[in-house]
Design a protein around this ligand. Structure first.
Ligand code: GDP
Length: 300
């Protein structure tokens, strides 16, 4: 976790340093405040939340007068943590209940990191002593099932897959069935993320979910979002949120962008918490999201 924090700090510190520098100017002019707002917006914080943060900071500075660097840091930290939501429920539901494994569906546009996140998550769970079974419900790309199988072998999780082009729902059904038979703790279903048409997607994911629900409950629907795609990724994410009930976001590739403000805009946009962050391509590069630790990494 320490290593991941360091990686996060490395990618996000330009944002934190920029904000701290601007806020430390002697007397802040209107232009300075505009610059602060622009910096937040350019870090994908979103227009409305950026305005809110600036307004709050401005009011505080007006009351307190000139601030010491420590006070600036404390104030900024407070604002960012408040925007990110320190009290949101970010725990993943991955424990079996009612005699069934917990079922996690992983959804999102292709290339965002679904399979990688599924693999990394299963590694964390296996590391915690859980038995995990993976379902390769992205049946449209042979490479996706291959990739998941490799992850399964690497982390010690069985993988259920179907022939290429087979019905994703039947693979999901079979995976959950076998998960129940084997008495595993968690079944994770990696789904296909073709953004063909909204109805197509809805039919497909809806069917996968319905079929799983014949045997167990779907405890988590994790939407994987690539942090480097910014507002574009957010638009695509919205389509998924419209077709399935998302319970959490896995924000990947935060190691490859300084725009950590996306955490704020995505939560605001979709109304669900970021639960996991991806900080690299390796098997251990996944961390639970924590608002305070995230802000501390940004501020250095
Ligand atoms: P999928 O199509 O959504 O299943 O995406 P993949 O899991 O195949 O990932 C697409 C690419 O993104 C792969 O090259 C991954 O190694 C890479 N990737 C996934 N997560 C991360 C991350 O957190 N950081 C970085 N740097 N790369 C990632």
């Amino acid at each position: 976790l320490q290593r991941l924090r360091a990686r996060l700090a490395r990618s996000q510190s330009t944002l934190g340093q920029g904000l701290l520098n601007l806020l430390s100017r002697d007397s802040l002019t209107d232009e300075d405040w505009d610059e602060i707002e622009d910096l937040l917006i350019s870090a994908d914080v979103g227009v409305a939340p950026s305005r809110m943060i600036v307004d709050e900071l401005r009011t505080k500075v007006k009351v307190t007068g000139q601030l010491s660097p420590d006070q600036v840091r404390t104030l900024l930290r407070e604002q960012l943590v408040a925007q990110i939501g320190p009290d949101l429920q970010r725990a993943l539901h991955v424990d079996p209940h009612g005699g069934h494994p917990a079922v996690v569906m992983v959804v999102g546009v292709n290339g965002t990191g679904k399979t990688t996140t599924t693999g990394k998550l299963s590694r964390v769970l296996v590391g915690d002593g859980k038995q995990v079974l993976l379902g390769a419900a992205d049946t449209f790309r042979a490479a996706a099932a291959e990739q998941l199988t490799t992850w399964g072998e690497r982390v010690g999780a069985r993988v259920v897959r179907g022939p290429e082009g087979s019905d994703p729902a039947s693979v999901a059904f079979e995976a959950v069935k076998q998960g129940i038979q084997d008495g595993v703790d968690t079944v994770i279903i990696d789904t296909a993320g073709r953004l063909h048409t909204k109805t197509g997607l809805m039919d497909e994911l809806g069917k996968v979910k319905r079929v799983i629900e014949k045997q167990a409950t779907v405890d988590e629907v994790l939407l994987v979002l690539d942090a480097t795609t910014g507002q574009n990724g957010l638009t695509q994410a919205r389509v998924f949120a419209e077709v399935v009930n998302i319970t959490g976001i896995a924000l990947t590739k935060l190691d490859g962008t300084a725009k950590g403000g996306i955490v704020i805009s995505v939560q605001r946009e979709l109304g669900v918490p970021v639960k996991l962050v991806g900080l690299g391509e390796g098997p251990d590069d996944l961390a639970p999201f924590d608002a305070e630790a995230f802000v501390d990494a940004i501020l250095g």
